[in-house]
Ligand binder design. Structure first.
Ligand SMILES: Cc1cc2nc3c(=O)[nH]c(=O)nc-3n(C[C@H](O)[C@H](O)[C@H](O)COP(=O)(O)OP(=O)(O)OC[C@H]3O[C@@H](n4cnc5c(N)ncnc54)[C@H](O)[C@@H]3O)c2cc1C
Length: 431
């Protein structure tokens, strides 16, 4: 790459202003780095503002438990650190179980978590009824991790970005990165729609787009987009602030409104569905009933970008914000289920609904860390539907890796090479 007088420079360029990229920018700036974040749309326009807002250690793959325990400590002080209201509520996370087999699965996980020093309790049906009086949940009992919590996704990344800007981070919104450039096997910068930025380190935190971005570097990141639908209700009587999964997932906010969702998800078929199918056969088979397949406009639009740089550039600027239509059948069914399971919610109605594309990996684990080639490229992506809670610790670990050469927690389970070195990619997370 020839340097021109208009080229800009940074210590680190971050691709994507979701929670992963923004938290990394915040911690890097705290450590004194000059950081530029390039975002093709707006800050937290995609997954990071569209999620349920569960911040849970519960049900995590063992590899993620230490990260989430450390994340939990950060979350507890985050409102103070960022001087912002994040609607943080440390009221626990709960999952109900229907029978002895499910109860045994959760007891196994509880013991495993205990081995890491994370405490969770199995609740009998009567203990659950004492927590949520008048419920009509169809279950035998539940697991409760009291130290878990919830926060409001529309506030968290925005607050991290404000704090990062306060420390000198530059956010370039409406600025897609088209390409990561390399010189002699090392990252040398990025080509954006507004020119070149030279930097020795680039963090790819491009969420659902990471697989497409990395293809240009000859790196194959298996990723599948799954569309999740979410709805928010009007405020109702306060029933429980414990974020709960029981056929419907719900979390009741301070104002009494609920975020509600269901397990069912949609997959809009694209060329990537076919290219990545071999890596995902296992998870498709086990979630066959929960995932509905669709052919639509997106399927056609995302056809060419898989094969040409110019077409990828067009996709990145056409889809500045992935804003898929929510599945209204799911929204209506979810509300009816909420009314049935929690009769006190009978008068709440849907205030708004939305959807988001989740970036799944075959083992449902993220990829966090540097790749072998090119040097200087760090990945923080593939959070598989549970990266909101992890965001702050991921940002801190990425900064440690770049600035100290060594993260304070073991990231080996999240290495990129696991997709290509014969590692067994069976998912172990319980939820
Ligand atoms: C419906 C739903 C429910 C969820 N519920 C939960 C939950 O309860 N708890 C939980 O922990 N997690 C949950 N998640 C997952 C969580 O939201 C994500 O794992 C997390 O937000 C991922 O953050 P990210 O920064 O990696 O990606 P994103 O937030 O998707 O950000 C990536 C950004 O990169 C930008 N970008 C991409 N390519 C480029 C490019 N070439 N140039 C410039 N910018 C680019 C995109 O525009 C985007 O803004 C849920 C997700 C969804 C969709």
């Amino acid at each position: 790459m020839q340097m021109t007088s208009t080229d800009r420079t940074a210590d680190v360029v971050i691709i994507g202003a979701g929670i992963a990229g923004t938290a990394a920018a915040y911690y890097l700036a705290k450590g004194g780095a000059k950081v530029i974040v390039c975002e093709k749309g707006v800050i937290a326009g995609e997954q990071s503002s569209r999620n349920w807002g569960f911040v849970r250690q519960q049900g995590r793959d063992p590899a993620e438990i230490p990260l989430m325990m450390e994340a939990n400590k950060i979350w507890r002080g985050l409102e103070r650190e960022l001087n912002a209201d994040l609607e943080w509520l440390a009221a626990g996370n709960m999952v109900t179980f229907a029978n002895d087999e499910e109860a045994a699965g959760w007891e196994d996980w509880r013991q495993l978590a205990q081995g890491y020093g994370l405490s969770a309790k199995i609740l009998s049906r009567s203990e659950l009824d004492a927590m949520i009086p008048g419920n009509a949940l169809a279950c035998q009992g539940a697991i409760l991790t009291e130290s878990d919590g919830q926060a409001e996704p529309t506030k968290v990344t925005a607050a991290l970005a404000r704090a990062a800007e306060g420390r000198g981070v530059e956010f370039q919104t409406n600025c897609a990165v088209f390409e990561v450039e390399t010189t002699a096997g090392a990252v040398s910068g990025v080509v954006t729609e507004h020119g070149v930025i030279r930097a020795p380190v680039v963090v790819c935190a491009a969420g659902a787009w990471s697989g497409r971005m990395l293809r240009g570097l000859g790196l194959k990141l298996p990723q599948m987009w799954i569309k999740g639908t979410v709805a928010r209700t009007t405020p109702g009587p306060i029933i429980s602030h414990t974020a709960t999964w029981t056929g419907v997932a719900f979390r009741q906010r301070r104002d009494g409104s609920f975020n509600i969702a269901q397990r069912s998800a949609d997959h809009d078929l694209t060329i990537d569905s076919i290219l990545n199918l071999p890596s995902f056969l296992g998870s498709f088979a086990s979630n066959r009933r929960a995932i509905k397949l669709h052919l639509n406009r997106l399927s056609l639009d995302l056809l060419r970008g898989s094969f040409s740089k110019a077409a990828l550039a067009k996709e990145l600027t056409t889809y500045r914000i992935l804003d898929p239509a929510p599945n209204m059948k799911v929204v209506n069914e979810t509300l009816q289920t909420l009314h049935r399971l929690l009769p006190e919610t009978k008068d709440v109605t849907i205030e708004r609904s939305w959807a988001g594309y989740i970036d799944m990996t075959p083992d449902m684990l993220p990829t966090i860390g540097a790749v072998d080639q090119p040097s200087g490229l760090v990945l923080a992506t593939g959070f598989s539907g549970h990266g909101f809670g992890m965001g702050p610790i991921v940002g801190r670990l990425v900064a440690e890796l770049i600035q100290k050469g060594e993260p304070s927690l073991d990231l080996s389970a999240f290495r990129f090479s696991r997709f290509h070195d014969g590692t067994n990619l069976t998912p172990h997370s319980v939820v």
